[in-house]
Design a binder for this molecule. Structure first.
Ligand code: HEC
Ligand code: HEC
Ligand code: HEC
Ligand code: HEC
Ligand code: HEC
Ligand code: HEC
Ligand code: HEC
Ligand code: HEC
Ligand code: HEC
Ligand code: HEC
Ligand code: HEC
Length: 550
């Protein structure tokens, strides 16, 4: 808007007062901005005056606020946000609640203030969408999830300094779209005009027809918010009064932004119930530690829903190992070679973010002959033996595999680590079994063998085959003596730098609390002698193998 035409238009103000601003645009009359019924005067007069207006403004008459504001801040914000400028100061003259609504620059002080509640933004703007910053092509280059300002809808106007203001999103004169918005925001169409969130258009959160009113979040209960697709971004973010402040999330506790729906009431998956189980990724425990900009190898110990899920990208699509499952689409991670990635290709890459090179990781409670290396190297394809998570396994003779599995099959970490019981939500959220295992797996010495005690392994390895001694001739005897699988087998793998094909094939890595050195030779070792043949030096359950061959 040219200064000249503004002035020209406003000269007509006196004539227009109390009527519509013009054909084609909405009317102030009857909107919350029509203060004339409560205060008398024209519907323009509390904001504009044809005479004695503040210089440099659209004939502004309302007394400005002198407040110093707490401005929006976040670790991920690239924009340089300062104190409010330009037309935002005009809005805030009423909306910060420090100046009476009817107090004009010429009029008397006093009168009603904007009422407490959503419309009173206060002087703390750290919970409001950032304003009064330059939205330039430099900014969109720095933040690839922001669209270049030149391609914006003409309805979204930056001011003459190229700054985003309240008036970019709102027009004080036009309430046709509700909340004085410059365009409708159903299905977040206004938000996505500027924000280009990675994979949003294919996300289940963008398209779900589930109604959000059953949520435990008062914001989603209020008004008639409709379906998840209709509320879109506002399912988790709020442009004003956001309890989470940073990133404008509804709640300060990160996971509450998810659990308010993922409690079986809105979404059909009840993740909150999983979070109360014995073994869990306890997202409720960590507060204020997660940061979207964190470096995986150095982040302090923590875990949050958004460490494993990208809420903007998450899908329902099924996937086959090792491809990233839909639920983890668009998440960040660490590759099998240790490189950080912003967009995982494989499911295990999400797990390596925390269970690999970061020294702040949960440790094993089983002491093995070869101390677990960082979990990433346990699954490296160069190792002498490993479960086929990142690459097909090395052993061509695994007779116990339950069809249709073959030695070429790949599996997910989450085939073993997941919520217990088939009926609940998929994923490693919480389990009644230790180590967040998806099925029962006893590791204590003197465990009576049964189909249930090693249920996890028997999902993929036929119990009949194992007890039938199809590979290791001593399987059934050892198991019947109460020796658990974990006394001999490492469930993950052995890295090439710590073990060898001779001593650590078949995931052999003894639990040294159960398996002791052989008193005769002093050795504690397995030796691979070819297909289904081997030899052990050790003592266990009071018996010595000095050595014993099968
Ligand atoms: C609640 C406050 C408020 C009321 C009431 C109001 N205006 Fe405005 N008006 C503004 C603000 C704020 C701006 C500055 C907009 C900007 O800079 O983008 C403005 C700007 C204008 C402009 C400049 C051109 C434009 O659209 O940016 C005209 C013309 C105008 N108003 C006319 C009117 C008329 C006529 C009325 C009464 C029918 C009226 N206004 C009532 C707040 C108000
Ligand atoms: C003269 C005082 C005044 C000014 C200046 C003013 N407003 Fe308002 N505004 C109000 C009042 C009063 C309400 C009604 C508050 C309520 O319902 O509690 C309101 C309500 C609103 C609402 C909520 C509408 C709804 O349907 O709930 C929005 C959005 C809004 N204003 C935006 C703006 C913007 C943006 C500006 C600057 C361009 C602005 N206002 C300038 C007084 C003002
Ligand atoms: C990036 C866009 C954007 C900016 C910038 C913005 N708003 Fe809003 N505002 C919205 C949206 C969207 C809504 C409606 C939210 C909803 O439906 O709950 C809204 C709602 C409001 C409301 C009504 C709140 C309620 O709870 O009813 C007020 C008042 C308001 N804005 C004032 C302002 C003021 C004043 C500024 C500048 C300080 C501003 N807005 C800046 C997008 C914006
Ligand atoms: C007119 C363009 C525009 C509109 C419309 C808009 N935004 Fe923004 N928003 C921006 C820009 C630009 C930034 C600053 C981005 C940066 O610094 O990287 C931003 C910042 C944010 C941030 C803070 C990001 C951070 O890293 O701290 C959030 C959250 C956000 N917007 C959400 C929304 C939501 C939700 C809506 C819809 C209600 C919306 N925005 C509408 C342009 C817009
Ligand atoms: C299901 C919840 C959810 C929905 C829906 C959602 N977000 Fe987010 N968003 C989040 C969470 C949680 C974070 C913080 C992520 C973190 O801390 O790692 C976030 C972060 C952001 C950020 C700042 C971080 C960044 O990567 O720049 C912006 C901007 C943003 N969201 C915008 C949007 C917009 C725009 C929409 C709609 C198109 C949207 N979000 C929809 C939950 C959601
Ligand atoms: C407003 C409610 C709501 C919020 C808030 C919400 N979700 Fe969802 N989410 C849903 C609905 C509805 C679906 C679709 C599936 C369904 O109906 O259960 C879904 C789907 C998903 C899926 C895809 C898997 C599936 O069940 O289809 C994941 C993963 C997911 N959400 C994670 C999150 C995370 C992480 C957050 C927090 C950052 C979050 N959600 C916040 C409602 C929500
Ligand atoms: C953001 C970091 C992070 C990511 C990503 C992560 N974890 Fe964890 N994990 C943890 C933390 C921290 C714990 C310790 C439990 C707690 O404090 O809640 C844990 C615990 C575990 C445990 C239980 C350990 C025990 O000793 O009982 C298993 C198993 C596990 N994670 C597997 C996985 C798998 C599989 C993935 C990938 C799908 C994964 N984790 C992704 C941080 C993470
Ligand atoms: C074949 C099943 C299986 C697969 C696949 C698997 N794990 Fe495990 N994992 C286990 C078992 C069983 C335990 C506990 C008993 C033990 O250590 O012997 C365990 C223990 C853990 C622990 C607890 C701490 C520790 O070192 O004992 C973490 C963390 C873990 N696994 C993460 C992962 C990650 C990450 C992946 C994928 C990269 C993965 N697991 C793949 C079966 C598996
Ligand atoms: C350690 C990583 C991790 C954490 C933390 C995590 N999830 Fe998941 N989540 C997963 C994985 C892996 C899946 C399953 C993917 C698959 O196999 O389809 C999953 C699946 C889901 C699903 C879909 C369940 C189904 O049955 O389809 C939802 C919904 C979900 N998660 C929400 C959440 C919420 C909400 C939180 C936080 C309270 C959370 N997740 C925390 C890794 C995680
Ligand atoms: C999700 C399916 C799955 C589960 C659960 C599973 N395995 Fe496996 N396992 C496989 C596959 C596939 C192979 C074949 C890898 C190969 O050819 O080297 C394999 C191979 C093995 C091998 C032979 C490895 C070699 O290099 O010779 C051992 C030993 C083994 N598993 C033990 C176990 C134990 C113990 C458990 C229970 C903790 C278990 N597995 C659970 C799928 C599974
Ligand atoms: C006393 C040590 C010991 C115990 C206990 C043990 N194993 Fe083994 N297992 C071996 C040895 C040695 C081999 C290698 C056989 C060969 O030479 O191919 C083997 C091979 C395997 C294989 C790969 C070949 C095949 O049969 O498909 C699987 C799978 C396996 N064991 C699963 C299990 C499971 C499951 C348990 C617990 C229920 C278990 N093992 C208990 C020593 C043991």
């Amino acid at each position: 808007m040219r200064a000249g035409s503004t002035t020209a238009a406003l000269i007509c103000l006196a004539a227009l007062a109390g009527s519509s601003r013009g054909a084609g645009t909405g009317s102030i009359q009857g909107t919350p901005h029509d203060l004339s019924p409560v205060a008398g005067g024209g519907s323009c007069s509390f904001c504009h005056t044809p005479h004695g207006a503040l210089p440099g403004t659209p004939l502004w008459s309302h007394k400005l606020s002198t407040a110093v504001y707490k401005i929006y801040e976040s670790s991920s914000l690239k924009a340089k946000v300062g104190q409010p400028t330009g037309s935002s100061k005009l809005c805030l003259s009423c909306h910060d609640g420090t100046v009476a609504l009817t107090e004009t620059i010429t009029g008397a002080a006093g009168g009603a203030y904007i009422s407490a509640g959503g419309s009173n933004l206060g002087t703390d703007l750290s919970d409001d969408h950032p304003i009064s910053f330059v939205y330039s092509s430099g900014l969109s280059a720095e933040d690839p999830q922001i669209r270049p300002p030149l391609g914006l809808s003409p309805l979204l106007k930056l001011d003459r300094s190229g700054e985003l203001q309240c008036t970019t999103c709102h027009d004080a004169h036009d309430n046709r779209h509700g909340k004085f918005l410059v365009m409708p925001n159903d299905r977040s169409q206004m938000c996505v005009s500027c924000h280009n969130m990675k994979s949003w258009t294919t996300s289940v959160h963008e398209s779900s027809a589930v109604l959000v009113a059953a949520s435990s979040d008062p914001y989603l209960q209020s008004g008639n918010r409709g379906t998840l697709a209709e509320v879109g971004c506002l399912a988790c973010h709020r442009p004003h009064g956001a309890g989470g402040r940073q990133r404008l999330l509804h709640f300060a506790q990160l996971e509450e932004n998810c659990l308010d729906c993922h409690n079986g009431l809105v979404a059909n998956t009840d993740i909150r119930a999983d979070m109360l189980k014995l073994s869990r990724h306890n997202v409720l425990r960590y507060r204020g530690i997660h940061d979207p900009r964190e470096v995986p190898s150095a982040a302090p110990l923590h875990v949050e829903c958004v460490d494993c899920h990208n809420p903007h990208a998450t899908q329902r699509a099924p996937a086959q190992a090792p491809a990233v499952p839909g639920a983890m689409q668009g998440a960040s991670g660490v590759t099998i070679t240790g490189a950080p990635t912003a967009n995982v290709q494989f499911g295990y890459e999400v797990c390596f973010k925390c269970h690999a090179d970061n020294p702040e990781r949960p440790q094993s409670r089983i002491t093995r002959q070869i101390t677990r290396c960082r979990r990433r190297c346990e699954f490296e394809p160069s190792g002498p033996s490993f479960h086929p998570v990142a690459a097909p396994g090395v052993n061509p003779n695994v007779p116990s595999l339950v069809p249709p599995m073959t030695v070429a099959t790949l599996i997910y970490c989450t085939d073993c680590h997941g919520s217990d019981g088939g009926s609940g939500a998929k994923g490693p959220h919480g389990s009644i079994y230790p180590y967040l295992l998806a099925g029962r797996y006893e590791t204590a010495d003197f465990t009576p063998e049964s189909s249930s005690s090693y249920e996890l392994c028997y999902r993929c390895h036929s119990r009949n085959s194992i007890l039938g001694d199809q590979s290791f001739a001593g399987h059934s005897q050892h198991l019947q003596n109460g020796i658990p699988c974990s006394a001999c087998h490492d469930p993950h793998g052995i890295t090439a730098s710590q073990g060898s094909r001779l001593n650590n094939s078949h995931l052999i890595n003894f639990d040294v609390a159960i398996v002791r050195p052989d008193p005769v030779t002093g050795r504690q070792a397995f030796e691979d002698l070819g297909v289904f043949h081997g030899r052990c030096y050790l003592s266990c359950h009071g018996r010595s193998h000095s050595p014993k061959e099968y």
